[in-house]
Structures are given as C-alpha cells and as structure tokens.
Design a protein. Structure first.
Length: 147
C-alpha cells in the first residue's frame, strides 16, 4: 500500500501531488496513497487537482469538505458512500473512475454506496451515457445522488 497523508486546512493549495517530489506526475492514478482519518483535504478551498489515487476504508464525510474548486480526483476501490457535494466542477472522469473502480463489500445491497455530488455536477453527469453504463455494471450498488 502507499503512504499515509493529511493536507487538512491548506486553503491556498491548488494542486496536490501525492507521489515523490522528484518525479513529475504523468497521470491521476499513480501512485496509490492510503489516507487515514476522514478529513485529509478538508478546507482546501482552492484545490483543483489531485495527482495520485486515494484509498480509504473509513468515513469519507469531510474528506473533501469545502473543496469548492475540486475538478480531478481518483478514488481507488470505493467501498462506502462518499460526499463530494462541495465540488460543482468535478470531472466526469473523476466520477467515472470512482464508479468503475468501486469495490463494494461482499453482499452489498443495492444503493449501499452513494456518491453525493454538488447539484451542478449531478445535473451535468446524471444522464451521461458512460456514467449510466458504469452504474448499471455495478448492479445498482453504486448510485449518484444530488446534495
């Protein structure tokens, strides 16, 4: 597994590089970082892009709280509901990655993993053909909801 990290309360941070400082990022899904706690990006109001994918097994409630500018993030093996309701500009690619790479617990019920989006992001993505196909492939376990 990757390293653990917290960037809580960095209001001027615009881009987070989760990898080695000496290597420049080439994609959003490398490296894999495990986050501890539930507020590692809380109050990062200018954060737009996170290079590297994030893995977390606990509560996501405030992980991206007040991330008003967030556009790009990759969540690996989403296994519980996630709150992204502060981010109107969240990209289709970010949401599609979360859905496609979701890893629900064995025996998970339909609707048990809700991805809560800002109303603007929800309106833009809810009827997208790729998003709808990815949700269908997860058998209804993963759903999109509007905040």
């Amino acid at each position: 597994m990757g390293r653990s990290m917290e960037l809580y309360g960095c209001p001027n941070l615009e881009v987070a590089y989760l990898g080695n400082r000496q290597s420049s990022p080439t994609s959003y899904d490398v490296p894999l970082i495990y986050t501890e706690g539930n507020n590692c990006f809380y109050l990062c109001k200018k954060l737009k892009k996170i290079y590297g994918k994030i893995y977390q097994r606990n509560d996501w409630s405030l992980t991206f709280g007040e991330c008003l500018a967030l556009e790009e993030v990759r969540i690996a093996e989403l296994y519980s509901s996630i709150q992204l309701s502060w981010s109107p500009n969240l990209s289709k690619e970010s949401v599609l990655y979360m859905i496609t790479n979701a890893n629900p617990p064995s025996g998970a019920a339909a609707g048990s993993i809700a991805i809560t989006l800002h109303p603007t992001a929800y309106a833009r993505l809810k009827d997208d053909a790729d998003i709808m196909a990815a949700l269908e492939a997860k058998g209804g376990i993963v759903t999109l909801v509007s905040a």
